[in-house]
Ligand binder design. Sequence first.
Ligand SMILES: *Cc1c(COP(=O)(O)O)cnc(C)c1O
Length: 427
Amino acid sequence: MKLVNLVDPDQQVSFLQAVRIGLGRKQGLFFPEQWPQLPVADLLKMPFVERSGHILAALFDGELSLTETTAMVDHAFTFEAPVVAVNERISCLELFHGPTLAFKDFGARFMAQSLQKANAAAQQTHSTIVTATSGDTGAAVADAFFQQPGVRVVVLYPEGKVSPLQAQLFTTLGENVEAIAIKGDFDQCQALVKQVLSDQPLCDQLHVNSANSINISRLLAQVCYFFEAWAQLPEAQREQTSIVVPSGNFGNVCAALIAVKMGLPVRRVIAATNSNDTVPRYLTSGQWQPNPTQATLSNAMDISAPNNWPRVANLLENDAKLREKFTSIAVDETQTCDAVRAMYRQGYLSEPHAAVAWSAFERLAAADECGLIVGTAHPAKFADRVEAIIEAPVALPARLQEVLEQPSKITQMAADYAQLKNFLLRN
Ligand SMILES: *Cc1c(COP(=O)(O)O)cnc(C)c1O
């Protein structure tokens, strides 16, 4: 598979190289220039794992065989992605049945498989994952790499600024997963990770990888569940159905566009944002003007400079038909609460991220259009907010209940690079 650095096109790498490098020179993202066309009708008849093996093997184009790819998928996708009908027109693709109850489990777990292959190909026996999180990513990455031989995971998070439930998901694992509570905010955590990644001698010694959402393996894995959704939709609805993705860094919606590019018959793709609306404003005005980030109920989308946007832009710029099928719209806090309540009244318990997608669809939908809302997280992950909106209790799944009761192990640290470096070198 050939991937090109979108900023510095002279840098071209294979899939496994891109997995190890993460970000290219000059902060450029790696992205394929060509997309295989898939035999969609045949694929939609296959079971999830087998079909996903075919999709990814087509992308890898011989770099990994169909057998290898299917085995990786089989280890990564160990839970389902059910499509649940909310009413006659709108259904929800529930991506929150994995170990940390958010869609990031799919990408993180496939990345864990990919990094194993990449390390083996480079005859490298160990690597260190250093990642910053405001909640979901840290949990998914920590869980995905937990107990993987040769991999050490260090998760940085802002002390007191991650919900206790979220924090428990990555501070209780132990073994090869270490959690550092930084006295500072998320931006400081991210700045520390950037410092680590730009410290070349340290990276060479420890084989550092940040496993963040720009890693191409995470993105490609996410393409598979849109095909799975189409396999589950009633055939008569497929061509009428639009995908509505609650978006922050625009990785998930990029994966949806890739699925369309590879032949999935989707009516259109709608990227729904909260009040951090850089993209919808850009599409109307042509001006890229990120505002200061605002805190919202859908906090995993509180991002004003979406780091996957260059990939989305690349897809749209090179394909006018795809561009016509893409829209983005912002949803405010009142609309988000209204949508949680509207869904609840129709018998579907949701949470603020999916509600943003619901609200976007309600506003944009044509009379004969069906909507597939992407359910990115389990409502119990945001139980306090959901309970306040619907004025009814939200039950915790048994797994979360268990995690809440486990002892955690945390290292506290100032937002200080020298201390972090010492920690990384000492242990
Ligand atoms: C990460 C996340 C999102 C945003 O996804 P992007 O790929 O960054 O656009 C939406 N909802 C939840 C619950 C998330 O964790």
